[in-house]
Design a protein around this ligand. Structure first.
Ligand SMILES: [Zn+2]
Length: 415
């Protein structure tokens, strides 16, 4: 068993489910009082709380692994009981550039069996195996091994940053670059040095099948609300049916609007999309509904903004004489990512991985947040997103080890 695989198995056995995903079905199982109970959603408080405080245990565990390898360790408090963990390898000489290795610590939920790592046919099964404890294991192992080689960089600082809450609201990466309560001292140093070292690069760990990804779509969740006039079901002509109005809007979004989005194609990402995900309206058959609400997921391309999308939908509705109130349902926007593939460090990483052209992916991740914070970011990691969030999540052990080696070789090639 390699060091990377051993670390990954240990991480799978330390559940770190994002507290936002505590499912209703868990209510009623054994109650255990924990220090961080107050921050759990109400329906999770009585559930398996040990599952939902795991980001902290994982951060502590990674800190001890890093400290044993001689790395400098630092925590950044993000939310009660939830901290980013940073491990830094300093160069012998003056720092000229910084490389950030930034995977997330949290996972989506799973059943008990998924927190027991299982090896089978060259794969390691378990929650987080590919999303994204595989990247955590590959990145931290690469850094620990680098710390113990003679060929470590002389002028490049390398920082491993394990970030909390990527799967829900990206509070970890937002706090890291200072969009939340406190700015991490680690980022402050990177930012203060930016003029002197403009070439910092973040490699965000996600399962990309070891492809260097420079672009991903953003995600907007919008709520549309129609209003009518209630009346008795026996005299519908006296009312105004909000569900009927919404039915026309749903049809318009799924046909005309979707077709319009398909006309613009991004070279790495394809087209923007729209999906009507939920609909709620009406109380009972014999009342004309006076209100109907839908929630849509609009995946955006680089350059598109929330304000622009709202304007686009409002104009489309107006042209068809329809009207709805539009509001956003996300706490913070998930922006698209587009990093210039010609940046020297990105080119060097692409060369090191043996990839001729950068790739794009559909899914959103911390890279957009870090990039927005001023750190050029790419996404890279072992495993395939197709296995992420599934009931039998796994990672290929070959991909895991190759990922660690590609990262290690890239870090060794830095000045
Ligand atoms: Zn992920």
């Amino acid at each position: 068993m390699t060091r990377t695989e051993k670390l990954l198995a240990e991480l799978i056995a330390l559940p770190s489910v994002n507290p936002a995903f505590a499912p209703q079905s868990l209510v009623g199982t054994a109650r255990r009082t924990v220090r961080w109970e107050a921050e759990l959603p109400p329906d999770a408080r009585a559930a398996r709380p040990y599952l939902f405080v795991g980001e902290k245990r994982m951060a502590d565990f990674l800190a001890s692994v890093a400290a044993r390898a001689g790395l400098e360790v630092e925590f950044q408090k993000v939310l009660p009981g939830r901290s980013n963990v940073m491990a830094r390898l300093l160069p012998r000489n003056k720092i000229r550039q910084t490389i950030l290795l930034a995977p997330h610590l949290d996972t989506v939920g799973g059943d008990d069996s998924q927190f027991v790592p299982r090896r089978e046919n060259g794969r390691l099964y378990g929650r987080g195996a590919c999303d994204t404890k595989g990247s955590v294991a590959a990145m931290l192992t690469a850094l620990c091994e680098l710390a113990n080689t003679k060929s470590r960089p002389q002028e490049t600082e390398i920082v491993f940053a394990g970030l909390v809450d990527e799967e829900n609201a990206q509070a970890g990466s937002r706090a890291f670059v200072g969009q939340a309560s406190s700015l991490s001292p680690c980022f402050k140093k990177i930012r203060d040095r930016r003029d002197a070292c403009p070439t910092a690069l973040a490699i965000v760990g996600e399962p990309t099948r070891l492809q260097v990804v420079t672009a991903h779509k953003g995600s907007l969740w919008l709520q549309l609300e129609t209003h009518g006039k209630a009346a008795h079901g026996a005299t519908p002509q006296l009312g105004q049916n909000a569900v009927h109005e919404m039915a026309r809007i749903v049809d318009l979004l799924e046909t005309d609007y979707a077709a319009r989005l398909r006309r613009h194609r991004h070279p790495l990402l394809g087209t923007a999309t729209v999906n009507v995900g939920t609909i709620h309206g009406g109380a009972q058959p014999n009342i004309v509904p006076d209100r109907c609400v839908i929630a849509i997921d609009r995946r955006t391309l680089p350059g598109e903004t929330e304000a622009g999308v709202r304007r686009e939908i409002t104009a489309l509705l107006r042209a068809k004489r329809l009207s709805a109130k539009i509001s956003s349902t996300k706490l913070a926007p998930c922006l698209p990512l587009e990093t210039n593939p010609k940046l020297p460090l990105v080119r060097q990483f692409l060369r090191g991985v043996g990839q001729a052209r950068p790739a794009g992916v559909d899914f959103f991740c911390d890279a957009a947040v870090l990039s927005r914070g001023g750190i050029p970011s790419v996404v890279f990691g072992p495993g395939d997103i197709a296995q992420a969030h599934t009931a039998d999540e796994w990672i290929s052990l070959d991909s895991l080890e190759r990922g660690k080696n590609l990262l290690l070789n890239f870090l060794k090639s830095l000045p």
